[in-house]
Design a protein around this ligand. Structure first.
Ligand SMILES: Nc1nc2c(c(=O)[nH]1)N[C@H]1C(S)=C(S)[C@@H](COP(=O)(O)O)O[C@H]1N2
Ligand SMILES: [Mo]
Length: 425
């Protein structure tokens, strides 16, 4: 036997990979039996590609009324099945106030108006916007409510299990293409004192939000492209506001109007919701930025470990204010931590994939990850978060909370099943 092959045999025998190689043979023959290669040729089928029929990951749609009020349309990303850092457009989470389907907008009829405290008000067509110098950026988008205790309570109330997807699925990452808002504002000419920007959507709910001019001039995009094609209707076709690293609600979809002012507009979504209460009972308005977060996506409560041996712990980390610098992983409930490996590319305000090899010997284990960004801001434990906000530990059973980023523990049981160990609800 050639020595190379002998070496390979030895390697396979000595590792858990031997078991995987054997099951790969089983899969090969299953493919042959499925006989797909004999399926009749169909041109239509290939005009716009579909994934393999063996792939089944879908969004989790929150049924109207349960567990969210029926004025919200919500679909959550199957983050437990994520691969790499890009969310396929068809699996991007969606969150729409008003509960309506995406408006059916003809891009030839659509206009973007820029007015208020500007020298030259503008009304632009899609064609005019597409003619301008464009940029493409990979950015994460996360709802303010993602991972928060409200998600747990809603699931409990509806007697639904809380899962990684229903608790943490309000986050996705895409390549977005469009024009910098700063370019349009320079074109319109800011009047002295213009310090706030209002963005308005064309949906029935007329979603409106305001942001300070500094952010608008820094990195906000007017987006028409997502992952190499036009925005999906759920994501705001034909035009949306993309405010990198700031909570989802500000990223106005179906964008039709931008107005400049010398003060915030105090719209419904920025004055009556998406706020946090401190222990003093006062509401915190305008908390824009998403804090650093790391989430182990495999293994998590959607999975079951089939047996002892080698596993690659894998997850996603991001920060709304910068680049992920470090992710640490603990497999013993936080007693010891190891640095995870960060996979390239590591981009600003984008999903960053991290991995750590792990040998599971069948013991009970608690897996968790924590993220530190390039400003040195680290993800807190639940106890640290409580201390920061001055709330008692039973606060989460009733309180509302935006931009929740406490470390998420997954408990691995001896039988390989995994449960969410965040709270003792
Ligand atoms: N026009 C409009 N824009 C909107 C919303 C909306 O209801 N209408 N929902 C906001 C909220 S709460 C979130 S979290 C993000 C979600 O973006 P997505 O649906 O593309 O994931 O869109 C924001 N932009
Ligand atoms: Mo949101």
């Amino acid at each position: 036997m050639p020595s190379r092959r002998r070496d390979r045999r030895k390697f396979l025998k000595n590792t858990a990979l031997a078991a995987m190689a054997m099951s790969a043979g089983v899969v090969d023959s299953a493919h042959a039996q499925a006989g797909d290669s004999h399926a009749p040729y169909s041109k239509e089928r290939h005009l716009y590609g579909r994934r393999s029929r063996f792939e089944t990951a879908t969004r989790y749609i929150r049924e109207p009324g349960i567990p969210l009020p029926n004025y919200v349309m919500a679909g959550l990303t199957p983050i437990q099945d994520s691969i790499g850092i890009i969310t396929p457009s068809g699996l991007h989470f969606l969150f729409t106030h008003g509960g309506h389907a995406p408006p059916d907008i003809d891009p030839r009829q659509h206009r973007l108006m820029i007015h208020g405290m500007v020298e030259r008000p503008l009304v632009l067509s899609l064609d005019e916007i597409r003619r301008l110098p464009s940029v493409s950026r990979i950015h994460v988008l996360e709802c303010g409510g993602n991972s928060g205790p409200l998600h747990y309570r809603q699931a409990l109330r509806a007697k639904l299990p809380f899962t990684i997807q229903s608790v943490h699925g309000d986050v996705s990452c895409s390549e977005w293409t469009g024009v910098p808002l700063s370019l349009l504002l320079k074109e319109a000419g800011l009047k002295k004192g213009a310090s706030w920007v209002l963005a308005e959507g064309a949906d029935g709910n007329r979603h409106t939000m305001s942001i300070p001019i500094e952010k608008a001039m820094e990195d906000v995009l007017i987006v028409y492209g997502q992952n190499g094609e036009a925005l999906r209707p759920e994501q705001g076709y034909p035009l949306r506001f993309l405010v990198p690293g700031w909570e989802g609600v500000i990223n106005v979809k179906w964008l039709r109007r931008i107005k400049l002012s010398d003060q915030p507009f105090m719209t419904k979504n920025e004055s009556t919701s998406y706020l946090n209460m401190g222990v003093d009972g006062k509401a915190r308005w305008f908390q824009f930025e998403k804090a650093p977060k790391a989430l182990i996506t495999f293994p998590s409560d959607a999975h079951r470990l089939p047996g002892r041996g080698f596993y690659q712990i894998s997850g996603l980390a991001w920060s709304g204010g910068g680049t992920v610098r470090r992710v640490e992983v603990s497999t013993d409930g936080g007693r010891t931590w190891k640095d995870a490996q960060l996979q390239d590319p590591v981009l600003r305000i984008a999903f960053t994939r991290f991995t750590l090899p792990w040998n599971w010997q069948g013991e009970e284990a608690v897996l968790q990850a924590r993220c530190t960004d390039d400003r040195g801001i680290a993800q807190p434990s639940l106890a640290q978060l409580e201390q920061f906000w001055g709330v008692a530990s039973n606060y989460w059973k009733t309180g509302n909370f935006s931009n929740f980023n406490a470390i998420q523990p997954w408990k691995v049981n001896r039988d390989g099943s995994i449960v969410n160990a965040m709270y003792n609800f």
